[in-house]
Design a binder for this molecule. Structure first.
Ligand code: AMP
Length: 223
């Protein structure tokens, strides 16, 4: 199996993208590259670029392709993630996907795999609608999942804080976010399907068994 792995992880909100990124990067010693995290750092800078990024992010809009592509190009050209990466939140547009191919090609490399976390919509909705968070320490709970319920109803197990439902954790708001995700992601998934790089992983829960299945999938594709 190839040691270096260049992977893009795609998935709707609440599909477990953050969790799986961590699991995969730890297993194969890859770099976790989240453009959302990188841009959150840039937006804090008191520079023209920082202000521009802040303006887009505050409106919930995508940051323009040239900024994001430039940032990724710098990163990969500096040799960061030379031993492989898992991209999370990038690419978000076809222009970004094409640019990533070109940047990698310039370095004599290519993307290996695009994992599509294709979780059933009903499961995603339950994750959001039954989600509660502690108003003091932020600890997440889920009333639908036995292992994630608080010991005492409405009270945080760790700090005794009050559990609340976030105002945007409703089915209506979530369905809007889901549609936005599909509008962005579906053309990209088609692009990678045509390149033969897309694989779907429709399991949502993280268990020893599903972790093994994910590793088997990656190793089979990259053997
Ligand atoms: P995320 O943490 O991935 O949800 O990203 C948070 C915000 O950062 C998004 O709402 C966008 O404003 C911006 N962002 C992150 N990644 C990208 C990207 N690949 N292209 C454009 N904007 C992005």
């Amino acid at each position: 199996m190839k040691k270096e792995k260049r992977i893009v992880l795609m998935g709707a909100p609440a599909s477990g993208k953050g969790t799986w990124s961590k699991v995969i990067t730890e297993k194969y010693a890859l770099e976790h590259l989240s453009t959302g995290d990188l841009l959150r750092k840039v937006r804090e800078e008191d520079t023209e670029l920082g202000r521009k990024v802040r303006d887009y992010m505050d409106r919930g809009a995508l940051v323009p392709d040239d900024i994001v592509i430039g940032m990724v190009d710098d990163l990969l050209t500096r040799g960061e993630a030379a031993d492989g990466f898992v991209f999370d939140g990038f690419p978000r547009t076809l222009a970004q996907a094409e640019a990533l191919d070109i940047i990698l090609e310039r370095h004599g490399k290519s993307l290996d795999l695009v994992i599509d976390l294709d979780v059933d919509e009903k499961i995603l909705i339950d994750r959001i609608v039954y989600r509660r968070v502690c108003s003091d320490c932020g600890q997440p709970y889920n009333l639908k999942t036995a292992a994630m319920r608080p010991k005492v109803e409405g009270i945080c197990d760790y700090c005794n804080g009050r559990l609340i439902q976030r105002s945007d954790d409703t089915e209506e708001t979530f369905m809007k976010r889901l549609k936005e995700y599909h509008d962005q992601a579906d053309p990209l998934l088609d692009y990678y399907q045509k390149q033969g790089k897309r694989v779907s992983f429709s399991i949502s829960e993280l268990t020893d068994e599903t972790r093994r299945e994910m590793f088997e999938l990656i190793e089979e594709k990259l053997s």
